[in-house]
Design a protein around this ligand. Structure first.
Ligand code: PLP
Length: 393
């Protein structure tokens, strides 16, 4: 039986899969089961930050799993402690980490920290978490409720109580009350449509929350791991949040989620945990990925690649202003607003046929999340393929 038939028969149909099966990859290039090559401007939705089949990450993982893959969190785990040190150092914040297995789980941990912090904090029980409309925080029952998109709350209830949605950064202040445990935002909304928040407004909010001693929680599942030029978007926005969550790019393809916090005293033994979180396999990968990305940043190559990608994207946008209405994003989390949703779907489908993978975000945004290691040749080849897509629209 071929893979597509096998998938249809045995895998629950929760994904509307494109008709392609990739079998190998190298940096920003993928190869499908028929031997056809594609340029990957998606990096598996912002995950494969250091490229497909990265040799250093493969070697680090192989070396580790040939010794130990898993022992449980009942014992010390050397790569976990080292990964925490690397992540904290890269961020520059005085924080400690908890390791989970995904972005949603990292956000669950963040919510638990904020709520326990709120509970300990005086007589009034602080439990409310304010998030933004059009946000995306995950697919677990709690993070789906934290997600400010009504369409995602259609089934699965009753949901945990206490999530309040603001219609933008400006509205948050009016929603704060004695029960607010935290404010959780993405600095650039990813799934919501590549929507960067205004830096001055975010800084003002951060200052207000500090005064009120309400934790600011930044969901950096998509923006973290140098996606926007700094290790975290919080550094780029020059704020000092109490809680940051990471996942996707920090594992380079290995499932991992991280909650980092300055609130080091809140969780005690037994308050939170995970069987797999922080095991030898995932944290050995995190150590190598962060090393590679740190080197890329320090050498200046990250900035060169980001400038190069954005320049080519800008030219592409300027050549097709009949189709695209705006170029958006920061660093290598970028997008083009498409004039209508139907055209966007056509572009994505034709792009696949022409050998370049791109993403949709929100209702009308063509999203680009290339590996941070993408080469000039791969960028040029990808945009050449996109040019031929435009001529077929
Ligand atoms: N938060 C943000 C900002 C995301 O973009 C995502 C995934 O797209 C998540 C959370 C959920 O991450 P995961 O799918 O790893 O649970």
């Amino acid at each position: 039986m071929n893979i597509k038939k096998l998938d249809k028969k045995y895998v629950l149909p929760t994904y509307a899969r494109a008709d392609v099966e990739f079998v190998s990859g190298s940096n920003a290039t993928l190869v499908d089961s028929e031997g056809k090559k594609y340029i990957d401007f998606t990096s598996g939705i912002g995950v494969v930050s250091v490229g497909h089949a990265n040799e250093r990450v493969s070697r680090a993982i192989c070396n580790q799993v040939s010794k130990l893959t898993h022992t449980s969190n009942l014992y010390f785990i050397a790569p976990q402690a080292k990964a925490a040190q690397k992540v904290v150092n890269a961020s520059g914040y005085d924080m400690q980490c908890f390791f989970a297995n995904s972005g949603a789980e990292a956000n669950e941990g963040a919510i638990k920290i904020a709520r326990k912090h709120g509970e300990r904090d005086g007589e009034i029980k602080r439990y409310k978490i304010i998030t933004l409309n059009h946000s995306f925080h995950g697919r677990t029952i709690t993070t789906v409720k934290a997600t400010g998109q009504e369409s995602m709350h259609n089934y699965f209830g009753p949901f945990p109580d206490g999530f309040v949605y603001a219609d933008g950064i400006d509205e948050i202040e009016s929603l704060l009350d004695d029960h607010t445990a935290g404010v959780m935002i993405e600095l650039i909304q990813g799934e919501g449509g590549v929507e960067p928040q205004d830096k001055a407004k975010v800084q003002k909010l951060a200052k207000l929350l500090k005064e009120k001693q309400i934790p600011l929680m930044i969901d950096e599942v998509q923006t973290g791991a140098y996606r926007v030029g700094e290790f975290t978007a919080s550094q780029a926005y020059e704020i000092e949040p109490e809680i940051i969550t990471l996942a996707k790019g920090v594992g380079g393809g290995v499932p991992v989620g991280i909650v980092m916090t300055t609130l080091k005293e809140v969780l005690n033994a037994g308050d939170h945990g995970s069987t797999f979180g922080g095991n030898y396999l995932s944290t050995a990968a995190v150590c190598e990925v962060v090393d590679i990305l740190d080197e890329l940043k320090k050498s200046g190559d990250l900035e060169i690649t980001s400038l190069m990608f954005n320049k080519v994207l800008e030219n592409f946008y300027n050549n097709h202003k009949d189709i695209f209405t705006q170029k958006v994003g920061i660093g290598m989390m970028c997008g083009l607003r498409v004039k209508d949703a139907k055209t966007l779907t056509s572009i994505i489908n034709l792009a696949k046929e022409n050998g370049v993978m791109v993403l949709k975000a929100g209702r009308n945004t063509l999203r680009f999340l290339p590996p941070l290691t993408i080469t000039k040749e791969e960028i040029d080849e990808g945009f050449k393929a996109l040019e031929s897509v435009m001529s077929k629209l």
